[in-house]
Design a protein around this ligand. Structure first.
Ligand code: 0O2
Length: 229
């Protein structure tokens, strides 16, 4: 079934002027996405360096895994529509702070705060915004530590400051968030069922938080020496 977008696309194909405009817009969008990819590489390297160094200093790895993603064009467009803004490159750059995203999965809760602090101490990183959903979990039980940082990236024609969203969470928090995210998008759930599922998911989130706290205590007992020497 053709959508309105498909019709617009057909119209652009039959008009050489709009076709050229579309090609230019696509190239500009691709250039911007490449820049975000470079910013992700820079930030990822910083976390890898910290993890390597801390693993030698404290004999254990604070980071379990690092994942990254570029926000899907569909999600970028939806977010701009929600903000009632036209879909332009300027708005993507200035109004969408999570086009580039990195998720850092840590072993313990205290690793999250240590790693975040260490990153922010680096003089080329600027903190734009921070949301602590660990100390202040969302109503549905979601826990994670979010930061938007700005990092300079050097290109052939100069330096550009790029935003990167960083989500830091424990393995347990990530397990809950991944499954909750997957189930949230299941469309054929009745409102009644959705409410009971919400209650059960919240209960799981609380159990997981309790487990994280216990694991933290066990780790503190094992590594009695503070490992930030
Ligand atoms: P995706 O798939 O990651 O792109 P803002 O940047 O302030 O305009 P927002 O949404 O207030 O937008 O930012 P926030 O709350 O700091 O973080 C949003 C992101 O956190 C989401 O991205 C999810 O990745 C994650 N997140 C936030 N709340 C939940 C939740 O309840 N469950 C799960 N599983 N993840 C959550 P996007 O844009 O939704 O999607």
């Amino acid at each position: 079934m053709p959508t309105e977008e498909n019709f617009l696309f057909l119209e652009q194909l039959s008009n050489p002027e709009t076709l050229a405009g579309t090609a230019n817009a696509m190239r500009d969008y691709q250039t911007l996405i490449t820049k975000y990819n470079c910013a992700i590489r820079e930030v990822r390297t910083k976390f890898e360096v910290l993890n390597d160094e801390l693993s030698i200093k404290s004999n254990r790895n604070p980071i379990h895994a690092i994942h990254s993603r570029i926000k899907q064009p569909k999600s970028i467009i939806e977010k701009l529509h929600r903000k009632e803004l036209p879909v332009t490159l300027t708005n993507i750059r200035e109004e969408i702070h999570d086009v580039a995203g990195i998720r850092v999965i840590c072993n313990f809760v205290d690793d999250i705060y240590r790693i975040a602090d260490m990153l922010l101490q680096q003089d080329d990183i600027t903190l734009v915004r921070c949301k602590d959903y660990i100390k202040n979990p969302k109503q549905n039980g979601y826990r994670s530590y979010h930061m938007i940082v700005q990092i300079p990236v050097f290109f052939s024609d100069g330096k550009e400051y790029m935003n990167v969203e960083i989500q830091l969470r424990t393995i347990a928090m990530d397990f809950w968030a991944s499954l909750e995210h997957e189930m949230k998008y299941k469309k054929d759930i009745t409102p009644e069922k959705s409410t009971t599922i919400g209650v059960r998911l919240l209960s799981c989130a609380n159990t997981i938080a309790e487990m994280d706290a216990q694991m933290q205590c066990i780790k503190d007992d094992i590594f009695e020496e503070p490992d930030n020497d």
